[in-house]
Design a protein around this ligand. Structure first.
Ligand code: F6P
Length: 336
């Protein structure tokens, strides 16, 4: 059996560990051949591939980014390169010519949606969820999230000492356009006083009152953690907008920090390395068992899978019932 593997969408720590998990299991345990596809679905349009050997899989466990390269090519959308071509049909033809019996798609929501469409057309495909945003439906966690949360938490820890020295409010913006998981987890782990996420509407006066109440209690500095996707004036970045509004509301000197792509770069945490290894290995097991059209999931501490069609088009968002929100509210943390 020969399987193809691709990585699509934004990169994220743990992708290489997942490639290693899939391919080493395939070669060592199942005696399969593995072909790496470069630059996501784009590589399937142009047959840009490499045949993996065990030695090409060395040094991947702790390596950031993706050794296969990635792209945001969406073959079911009529734009970008080769827009005049029937891309899904070309990809199916190329996969056949390359002798691929199944394709493993490591990617986020967009990639899983594309994979579901190919699965519906009869292609043998298995998805592995990847995103620092942790917003993929059906899995408790995706690899990359733990790493992003640790980087963001470290940044918040560092802001505490400078905020306290200068008696300032520090606003830090972390990633998350639609889902506030990184802001919630790093904000709680870093002891944020205000945590703003796209899922929970905020009242700037309430945020101002929270910060002034802290001042009254002898805490002249505050940390505000915001997800990039919260409501703003539509012109400024979330951190800049909130910092300006907070300074206006409280009269306290306020500074902003945008963490940006640092959250996505570098080595995965041990948790993400092991999650990637497990998800990758189980993806290969699905293929060996002929269970196609499914995405690997983590439920509790168990690796499972679910049909791609159930994942496609949905988002896993933070809710008020989420235990960290409940506990945070009980402890007086302001969510808006
Ligand atoms: O991977 C998801 C994500 O990190 C989002 O949180 C972020 O907004 C987005 O990617 C930005 O990525 P790019 O600039 O590569 O599109």
């Amino acid at each position: 059996m020969r399987i193809g593997i691709l990585t699509a969408g934004g990169d994220c720590p743990g992708i290489n560990a997942t490639i290693r998990g899939v391919c080493k299991t395939a070669i060592n345990h199942y005696g399969m051949e593995v072909m790496g596809i470069h630059s996501g679905f784009q590589g399937l349009l142009t047959k840009d591939v490499e045949l993996f050997t065990e030695s090409s899989l060395s040094g991947l466990l702790n390596l950031g980014g993706t050794m296969l390269g990635t792209s945001r090519e969406k073959p079911f959308k009529k734009n970008g390169v080769m827009s005049d071509v029937d891309k899904p049909a070309l990809i199916e033809k190329n996969a056949k010519e390359l002798g691929l019996d199944c394709i493993v798609c490591i990617g986020g929501n967009g990639t899983q949606k594309t994979a579901a469409k190919f699965a519906a057309r009869g292609m043998n495909i298995v998805g592995v969820p990847k995103t620092i945003d942790n917003d993929i439906w059906g899995t408790d966690f995706s690899f990359g999230f733990d790493t992003a949360v640790s980087i963001a938490t470290d940044a918040i820890d560092r802001l505490h000492s400078t905020a306290s020295s200068h008696k300032r409010v520090m606003v830090i913006e972390v990633m998350g356009h639609k889902a506030g998981w990184i802001a919630l987890y790093s904000g709680m782990a870093g002891g944020g006083d205000v945590i703003l996420i796209p899922e929970i509407p905020y009242d700037i006066h309430n945020i101002g009152r929270t910060i002034l109440n802290r001042l009254k209690k002898g805490k002249p500095y505050s940390i505000v953690v915001v997800a990039e996707g919260i409501q703003t004036d539509g012109k400024k970045r979330a951190a800049e907008y909130i910092a300006q509004e907070v300074e206006y509301e409280t009269g306290i000197e306020t500074r902003e920090t945008v963490l940006g792509y640092i959250q996505r770069g570098g080595s995965p945490t041990p948790f993400d390395r092991n999650l990637s290894t497990r998800m990758g290995g189980h993806a290969t097991e699905l293929i060996a068992n002929g269970q196609f059209g499914r995405m690997i999931t983590l439920k509790g501490n168990e690796i499972d899978s679910m049909p791609l069609e159930e994942v496609a088009g949905k988002l896993k968002l933070v809710t008020e019932e989420c235990d960290l929100v409940v506990q945070g509210r009980r402890m007086g943390i302001c969510f808006g």
